[in-house]
Write a protein that binds this ligand. Structure first.
Ligand code: IMP
Length: 422
């Protein structure tokens, strides 16, 4: 058996799409286990650029089983759009399976996400407004509608009717916005149900059967460690578990079945939305890095905040996800620089600390302690210059985790493997 979980080590957008797509070539099954259409994966194949939000990037390989696990919240409209998008590009999505236990993102979740962000005003989280938080709230309040409900029209309508009483009350009386009509939602969603029915399955069973057969299974995390609901910079987090443990509950596999955990870390750090960011760069340097790295949201095109690599966070990610390997991405983005910085510790009220403080107030007061290294210049082929090697060695030294691969461009071929992962 061979299983690998891929996680983002910071706030998402580390380049997991490229790494997952690269490693998918060796996998038999690719699974998403949390999040929803808040994620945006860019996959470059030859001269074509694809953008996915829900469907695992393994879909580009026709023979792989691609799974949306029970831990994902699925917006059926987005999923149908994504299926059409792939079909329109000549990609056959028939190997996709969606967990019957995955919860649905409903129109009122999106409306509530918007209304709640507006109400928070200056304290807003900066969500993607995709209804993610409200959908997970319903899941944990035991009110949610699931994929299995979608294909049972009678019970779907009965549960929807019950939920709409409360949601419309909230929308209209608390937030002062328009509510939803039962018939309108029911008609649209039952239309989606017909499209999605062939894909709905007991995906935990499928994954465990694949592991039993000795198949290679890759679990693809969305977002990143510091957006985890428990281990992230709460409350500036998403409502799911992007850390490696999320793969177990979000896909229905036991922890004893996970062999390796690969942390994807970008050579610099970025974040979307609000919250503390100790190595954030402003002014000219920040603008240069944002442009050079094209750091704009895949889905929203929001400009991302950018900064130097924060290895304090990386060490923390290694701990909470039990990282066994690292993939360092966007090494090429920094190649023009004469020198690069990496935060190896923080200074907090006159003290040097090496462990990430978990509350955002303390983190906001932390000042990075940098190590500065010489830049590595342009990268030719898969040659690792001594300066780049020194940078990768620093990452290993600070985290204790070996670097298994480095990405030096968007293309599959622009990948340097130091160690086989499957
Ligand atoms: P939500 O997931 O839409 O509720 O947003 C919560 C926080 O997570 C916000 O700061 C978002 O910007 C951030 N977020 C959600 N998904 C992603 C992602 O795929 N990449 C980066 N940030 C994300």
């Amino acid at each position: 058996m061979s299983t690998l979980v891929i996680v983002g080590t910071h706030w998402g957008d580390e380049g997991k799409g490229k790494i997952t797509n690269y490693l998918s070539a060796d996998a038999d099954v690719v699974v998403r286990y949390q999040g929803g259409a808040n994620a945006g994966h860019t996959v470059v194949i030859g001269d074509k650029v694809y953008k996915l939000r829900l469907i695992p990037s393994g879909i580009f390989f026709p023979e792989k089983l691609c799974i949306i696990g029970n831990g994902v919240v699925v917006d059926p409209e987005t999923l149908v759009e994504e299926l059409d998008y792939l079909l329109g590009k000549g990609i056959d999505p028939s190997n996709l399976r969606v967990s019957s236990s995955a919860h649905l993102v409903m129109p009122y979740h999106i409306q509530l996400d918007v209304a709640e962000e507006e109400r928070r005003g200056p304290n807003k989280i900066g969500t993607t407004l995709r209804g993610i938080g409200p959908a997970y709230m319903d899941k944990f309040a035991r009110l949610g509608l699931r994929m299995a409900d979608l294909i049972r029209p009678e019970s779907f309508i009965a549960k929807l009717r019950r939920n709409l009483v409360e949601k419309n009350y909230l929308l209209e009386r608390v937030y002062g916005v328009k509510g939803f009509e039962l018939e309108e939602i029911a008609e649209r969603y039952l239309g989606f149900a017909e499209r999605l029915r062939p894909y709905i399955a007991d995906t935990s069973l499928l994954i465990n059967q694949a592991i039993d057969r000795g198949d290679k299974v890759l679990f693809e995390g969305a977002q990143g460690t510091l957006l985890d609901i428990d281990f992230g910079t709460y409350p500036y987090v998403t409502s799911s578990h992007p850390i490696a443990g999320g793969a177990c509950v979000g896909a229905g596999v036991g922890p004893t079945r996970i062999d390796r955990v690969l942390g994807v870390v970008k050579a610099y750090t970025s974040r979307v939305g609000e919250g503390p960011f100790p190595t954030e760069l402003f002014g000219e340097m920040g603008d240069w890095l944002r442009e050079r790295g094209d750091e704009y949201g895949t889905v929203t095109r929001r400009p991302r905040r950018v900064g130097w690599l924060d290895a304090v966070i990386l060490r923390y990610s290694a701990r909470v996800s039990g990282l066994t390997h690292l993939a360092v991405t966007r090494v090429d983005t920094l190649s023009e620089l004469e020198s690069v910085k990496v935060a190896v510790a923080y200074e907090y009220r006159g003290q040097i600390i090496k462990d990430l403080p978990t509350d955002p107030e303390t983190m906001a007061e932390c000042r990075p302690v940098y190590e500065e290294l010489p830049g590595w210049g342009p990268i030719r082929g898969s040659q690792v210059q001594p300066a780049l090697q020194a940078y990768l060695d620093l990452i290993r030294r600070v985290t204790g985790v070996p670097v298994a691969m480095a990405s030096i461009g968007q293309e599959r071929t622009q990948t340097i493997m130091f160690e086989e992962l499957f």
